[in-house]
Each structure stands twice: as structure tokens, then as C-alpha cells.
Design a binder for this molecule. Structure first.
Ligand code: HQG
Length: 179
């Protein structure tokens, strides 16, 4: 049986980056038809019926996916490289947010701040523990502290996703400590 991680990775790839690879079309807010996703999984010989999909969505450690109330549509909550307007509310950030990265990125971050790289936004964590998990995906985590309150006072805007990730366009190095 296909494991949950394979299903989750396949969904992330299609719903964030390459809907065309599965013959899917995303609506402006990133939604697509759940039945089409199930059909695309079947076409890839990935063993996943509706119950399984629901359990992958609900069991996702980071709550990466969201189903519409009637289950007819599904989307990724964030992390897209395709153009989507997710509509997360602009939210006043706490005084401090955190970003987990690794040593080898510190020199460019010092020079140009945090950039979205291949995503639409810079992703920030509400606490150091979460940032450590994010950074550790790439090696030994280095935690940068973001003076989010000061950024907001300077006119930067923040969005809060349904699964607690803070998004912003760019964090200038002047608002970072730990570099
Ligand atoms: C780094 C995962 C060079 C940045 C995670 C990071 C998170 C720079 C990498 C979510 C830079 C981008 C987001 C600059 C930033 N020069 N490197 N100027 N500015 N970077 O994956 O924050 O599994 O796009 O430090 O758990 O690591 O996808 O962002 O190391 O929640 O659901 O460039 O993705 O969630 O990497 O992770 P990413 P991230 P999912």
C-alpha cells in the first residue's frame, strides 16, 4: 500500500507547483476538484480512495492541505510556486517571530535579508521550536529572530495562514538577529 508520505508529497507537488502534471486546474485561491485529484492519484497507480485522502489531510503533521466544508474541493494551505491568491488575513504579528535556516545561507541573508526564494512569501514561525524543525530539514538549524513588531511599525505586512505560519514578502537584514 502507498504510504501517507508519498501521497502527501504527490499532493504537495501537484497542488503547489505542477497542477498541470496531473491535468488539474487550480482556481485563483488554489482550490481544485477533489474527485479529479483522486482520479489523478489512481492514474499514477497511487492507492488512495476518499477515506484515505481524508486521513492524509487530517493526519498531515503541518496541516498542509485543506478540504472545503463539503469535501468537494481541496487545496494546499501555503508553499505554492504557481500563482495563487490564498486570501489569508493580514494580521498584526507578535513582537518576535522566528526563522530556522542553516549556516551556509547566513552570508547571503546578511547581505539581502530573508527572501521568498522559490515560494511566494518568506515563511516565519511563531516559536523557536517550530523554527528549529524547519531549519533542521537542511542540516543543523540556526534560528534567526525576526523583529516582526518593528517591521509592522515600519509598514511591512504579515499574513497568518490557517495552520499558524506567518507570511511576509521580505525581511530586511536590519530586522534580524542571530546572524
Ligand atoms: C533560505 C516547509 C539565501 C531560507 C517548512 C530557507 C516550512 C535564503 C531557504 C516551510 C535567503 C528557502 C518553509 C537569502 C532565505 N539567501 N538563502 N537571501 N533568504 N533563504 O523551503 O522557510 O513541508 O522555501 O532560510 O517546514 O525553509 O513545505 O523555506 O532555508 O514551514 O509544508 O532559503 O516549508 O513546510 O527554503 O520553509 P524554503 P523554509 P512544507
Amino acid at each position: 500500500m502507498t504510504d501517507d508520505k508519498t501521497i502527501s508529497k504527490t499532493l504537495s507537488f501537484w497542488l503547489r507547483h505542477r497542477p498541470d502534471a496531473a491535468g488539474l486546474t487550480l482556481e485563483p485561491a488554489g482550490w481544485t476538484d477533489t474527485d479529479s485529484v483522486l482520479a489523478a492519484l489512481a492514474a499514477e497507480r497511487i492507492d488512495c480512495d476518499w477515506e484515505r485522502l481524508l486521513s492524509v489531510v487530517e493526519g498531515s503533521d503541518k496541516q498542509r492541505f485543506e478540504l472545503s466544508a463539503d469535501g468537494a474541493r481541496i487545496r494546499a494551505r501555503q508553499g505554492h510556486s504557481v500563482e495563487v491568491e490564498l486570501g489569508w488575513p493580514q494580521t498584526e504579528p507578535p513582537e518576535l517571530l522566528y526563522h530556522g535556516t542553516v549556516e551556509r545561507f547566513l552570508a547571503p541573508i546578511r547581505a539581502e535579508g530573508l527572501k521568498p526564494m522559490r515560494r511566494h512569501h518568506v515563511h516565519l514561525s511563531p516559536d523557536e521550536k517550530t523554527a528549529t524543525i524547519v531549519g533542521a530539514r537542511r542540516g543543523e538549524a540556526v534560528i534567526l529572530t525576526v523583529r516582526a513588531g518593528a517591521m509592522a511599525a515600519a509598514g511591512h505586512v504579515f499574513f497568518l495562514t490557517g495552520n499558524g505560519v506567518w507570511l511576509t514578502d521580505h525581511v530586511p537584514a536590519a530586522f534580524l538577529s542571530g546572524l
